[in-house]
Design a protein around this ligand. Structure first.
Ligand SMILES: [Zn+2]
Length: 362
């Protein structure tokens, strides 16, 4: 052992070997002694067949062999096909995408999501999911200017034959006309239009044979008329309301008709007459307007018996018509109850939108 050590160091004859060289030499000798004296400890206990080989061969070689063998086993490549590699890549991409998306959700502004999604994620006080079907009142009502109302001033403009059409006429004892239905109607119709416009409704004043009536669309169409001045030989009085014969009795048209009737009757000191004629149920306008436009015709009164009411205060007549129109416009779509089974009675709960202000004193 010392010989080996001295032969390894060429500077052996020099006075003192360095301390580190001595230490390395001592460690090497100890290692060689341990390998040669205890081969059973270093040999694999599971394979005693190697013991002879280990004892014959030099220790460093044994050391190399026993290290290389497990490395070869560990580094043996796993057999993998193209398909498994492809699906493995897809799997990794999907998983990582899901993770990234989940993380990014925390940084998204809630307003970026659509209101329906946000509402669907919200919980109520009981912790239940708020159902999107739960209706909430619209915070903003439909603007009045989106509500279109048509007012026909009866017999205004050219008649069916192209000439002037005054409608009914009242003549004096000499046969001179002193009152025309067209004038009565227009005095009321223009007031109705002006008042509805001041309430920000979209209103159109229409002539009797207005070309706009063809396929006319509106939320309500009211034709304002007055009844004949003919002397029947008896007292004939009252206002009449009617809708097209083709419209259903419980549809919007009937609702409009009853709104007008109730509010007109509450404001104007005239009884409701039910002398509905074919001129009203088969009114020429009904064949022209759009099928979904609710329409009604109002005969405000008879020009002979009710002349004072029809001529003295057109503002009152106009207010009565407006109250009826607002009753219909503001209550369309609300649930209604059939209160009475009388055919003449209104099948709706119709609010009276103005208090009666009688002007007639007998
Ligand atoms: Zn008329």
């Amino acid at each position: 052992m010392p010989e080996e050590n001295s032969s390894d160091q060429p500077n052996n004859h020099e006075p003192e070997p360095s301390a580190s060289a001595i230490f390395v030499a001592m460690m090497r000798q100890a290692a060689e002694k341990a390998v040669s004296s205890a081969p059973a400890e270093n040999a694999d206990p599971a394979s005693p067949a190697f013991e002879d080989e280990i004892s014959l061969e030099p220790p460093p070689e044994t050391h190399d062999i026993r290290r290389v063998r497990p490395r070869l086993i560990l580094r043996r490549p796993h057999p993998s096909s193209m398909a498994s590699g492809f699906f493995g890549a897809i799997f990794v991409v999907v998983i990582s995408t899901a993770l990234v998306a989940t993380l990014l959700m925390f940084f998204i502004n809630p307003e970026f999501l659509s209101p329906a999604v946000v509402q669907g994620l919200q919980l109520d006080s009981q912790g239940r999911m708020i159902n999107a079907e739960v209706a909430r009142p619209t915070p903003v009502r439909t603007p009045h200017w989106l509500r279109r109302i048509g007012i026909i001033s009866g017999h205004r403009g050219k008649g069916a034959t192209g000439g002037r059409d005054p409608g009914a006429i009242c003549e004096d004892q000499y046969g001179n006309p002193f009152l025309t239905e067209a004038d009565i109607n227009f005095a009321v119709a223009q007031r109705v239009v002006a008042s509805l416009e001041s309430l920000n409704y979209g209103v159109e004043l229409l002539d009797e044979y207005d070309p706009r009536l063809h396929n006319y669309r509106a939320d309500a169409l009211v034709s304002i008329h007055a009844n004949t001045c003919y002397d029947f030989g008896e007292y004939v009085s009252g206002f009449i309301v009617a809708i097209s014969e083709a419209r259903p009795e419980y549809g919007p048209d009937a609702f409009l008709r009853e709104c007008i009737a109730d509010n007109f009757g509450a404001n104007v000191p005239l009884p409701r007459s039910y002398n509905v004629t074919e001129d009203m149920t088969e009114y020429h306008v009904w064949q022209k307007i759009h099928p979904l436009t609710p329409g009604m015709i109002l005969e405000m009164g008879y020009m002979l018996a009710d002349q004072a009411v029809l001529t003295e205060d057109p503002d009152l007549l106009a207010r009565a018509v407006i109250a009826g129109i607002l009753c219909f416009i503001e209550n369309v779509g609300k649930p209604h109850t059939q209160l009475q089974t009388d055919q003449r009675a209104a099948p709706y709960v119709i609010p009276i939108l103005a208090t009666p202000t009688p002007i007639f004193r007998n």
